[in-house]
Design a protein. Structure first.
Length: 250
């Protein structure tokens, strides 16, 4: 289960924050660090602030985009400030940790942290199933990214210890019910967007709001791969009929 849980840092500017995050992870038994387009890494400052967690840094994966970093994940939770324009479910740190722990029994999951000054971009948030916001004091709510990693890593530790005590990960027994991977969802969203354009569903209006709401609907539902294949089959047969091509036999 531990290998199924990754901490993702997006666009980290200060290498010291990467090292401090690695240290925070290791103190709570986490080892899989994924970096998306870090400004400076590897770096001596990251090594210095890792303080014994250099093995976490050495094994860190680096990707050019968040989409690549979470392509095989079945659940992705973002950490954000409350001021955002992308509507998504809000979770407490404890609830987020519990969901991640439970879902990690079914496959890969990710907890995503954004840039030091600007956080995650809207396009990155749209790729996440839910968001967790730490209730910092409103007079001074600025929280260092490594400190945020430490808080969430602690909650993940508690959730994992609870599972170890009870022996219950609350995972579906049938693998067919496991949620689809992120790459499968994105392929479906691209197909759905193309279909809506083909039938002129938006009637010349911007598709952004409607497609964003449909994205949230399907991400809440967490369809299984077989369910996505059925939905895509419906779209494909409808497109063939629109083009005057007989649908495929099944």
């Amino acid at each position: 289960m531990d290998s199924n849980l990754r901490i993702v840092l997006v666009g980290t500017q200060h290498p010291g924050n990467i090292g401090s995050a690695a240290r925070a992870m290791k103190t709570m038994g986490l080892s899989r660090l994924v970096l998306v387009a870090p400004l400076r890494f590897p770096h001596a400052e990251a090594d210095a602030l890792a303080a014994g967690a250099q093995d976490v840094l050495a094994a860190a994966e680096i990707h050019d985009s968040l989409a690549d970093a979470i392509a095989d994940c079945r659940l992705v939770i973002a950490t954000t400030a409350r001021q955002r324009t992308v509507p998504m479910p809000d979770l407490s740190a404890r609830a987020a940790a519990q969901q991640l722990c439970e879902a990690s029994a079914q496959g890969q999951v990710a907890l995503v942290f954004g840039r030091e000054r600007t956080g995650l971009e809207n396009e990155e948030l749209r790729r996440c199933h839910a968001a967790v916001t730490l209730p910092a004091h409103p007079d001074y709510s600025s929280l260092n990214v490594a400190a945020a990693v430490q808080i969430l890593a602690y909650e993940l530790r508690l959730a994992r210890l609870a599972v170890a005590d009870t022996g219950d990960a609350s995972a579906p027994q049938d693998p067919e019910l496991h949620p689809a991977e992120h790459r499968e969802l994105e392929a479906f969203f691209a197909h759905l967007s193309a279909y809506l354009a083909e039938i002129d569903f938006h009637k010349g209006h911007s598709p952004e709001i409607v497609e964003q709401r449909l994205r949230r609907l399907f991400m809440r539902a967490q369809p299984a791969p077989r369910e996505l294949r059925i939905l895509r089959g419906i779209l494909s047969d409808s497109q063939r009929l629109l083009r005057g091509i007989p649908p495929r036999c099944r």
